[in-house]
Write a protein that binds this ligand. Structure first.
Ligand SMILES: Nc1ncnc2c1ncn2[C@@H]1O[C@H](COP(=O)(O)OP(=O)(O)O)[C@@H](O)[C@H]1O
Ligand SMILES: [Mg+2]
Length: 280
């Protein structure tokens, strides 16, 4: 089997996948999506590739290279459908809700005034997120009406058109979240991520401490449901805990796994390569 690995930034994860493929005697060909130019007409361009693994952290480069490769007849993991859903927080919320998965109470509003109305219903503190984004960037806590007005005003004046679609969410005060790593039909690992000291977020990429978490049957069941709702094959599903309940926050379609490997000592790269081999 010959796997194409698309990336736009070589990080620890891509190196681990390449090393693991080599160890297993599998051909793996890296492609930098920044250097790709793809032809829309005339069929397949990469006659030697059987399957592409999409690892671009850039939403647009990952999504649009996948759109074209799929149109040429390739299977790409994760698919366009998955990336379109997971890459957009509003589409993720709708997909999860449609499948009966419990998520934090969320509103969308299309102007400064309607956002303030939604916030009156949500109460403070509340969370404002960009529809597209990761690593906690531009995710803001609105502590009260004054700070909400200031943040919304800055988005109205300085934001791009997408920043003026206001995705507003109730604040879940759980002190940590849970990341479950799904590969195909299995949840291969899970970790707790604790709030960063002096922050209210728990993204591992910005410094949150992580710890191994047991994959309970509840986590397994919900993570697989969330992956299926978003058409994910290799995804990271994030949960908040509220009393005894798990709420799904988001599903990540190009999940990092360096931190979950350190926390659990599970060889995720090996499991990814193993899964790709079953996809022939
Ligand atoms: N509704 C919420 N309540 C409390 N904390 C939240 C909420 N939504 C997000 N967070 C915190 O902010 C972090 C980043 O938000 P998230 O929705 O995961 O966006 P990103 O795609 O940027 O990671 C989360 O890991 C979590 O710690
Ligand atoms: Mg996140």
């Amino acid at each position: 089997m010959n796997i194409g690995l698309i990336y736009n930034q070589i990080s620890w994860e891509e190196k681990a996948i390449v090393e693991e493929a080599k160890k297993q005697g599998i051909q793996i060909q890296p492609y930098d999506s920044r250097k790709m130019h793809l032809k829309i007409q005339d069929g397949k361009e990469f006659s030697d590739i059987d399957l592409f693994l999409q690892r671009s952290v850039s939403y647009t480069k990952g999504l649009y290279s996948t759109v074209v490769l799929e149109s040429q007849g390739f299977r790409v993991i994760n698919s366009t459908e998955c990336q379109e859903t997971c890459g957009n927080k509003l589409k993720t919320s709708v997909a999860l809700n449609r499948c009966g998965i419990v998520t934090p109470k969320t509103y969308v509003a299309f102007s400064y005034e309607s956002a303030l109305k939604a916030l009156e219903e949500l109460g403070y503190p509340a969370i404002l997120k960009p529809l597209i984004g990761s690593w906690g960037r531009l995710v803001a806590i609105l502590k009260d009406e004054q700070s909400a007005k200031a943040i919304l005003e800055s988005r109205e004046v300085l934001g791009s058109f997408l920043h003026k679609v206001y995705y507003l969410q109730e604040f879940i005060n759980s002190g940590r979240d849970i990341r479950a790593f799904v590969i195909g039909e299995s949840v291969v690992a899970a970790m707790y991520r604790y709030l960063i000291p002096g922050d209210w977020r728990s993204n591992a990429t910005i410094g949150a401490k992580a710890d191994s978490c047991e994959v309970t049957s509840e986590i397994e069941d919900l993570a697989l449901k969330a992956a299926s709702a978003t058409k994910g094959e290799i995804v990271g599903v994030d949960f908040f805990e509220r009393e005894e309940q798990l709420l799904v926050n988001e599903v990540n379609h190009a999940p990092g796994f360096r931190h979950i490997v350190s926390a659990t000592e599970i060889n995720i790269a090996e499991k990814i390569v193993g899964y790709l081999l079953t996809c022939e």
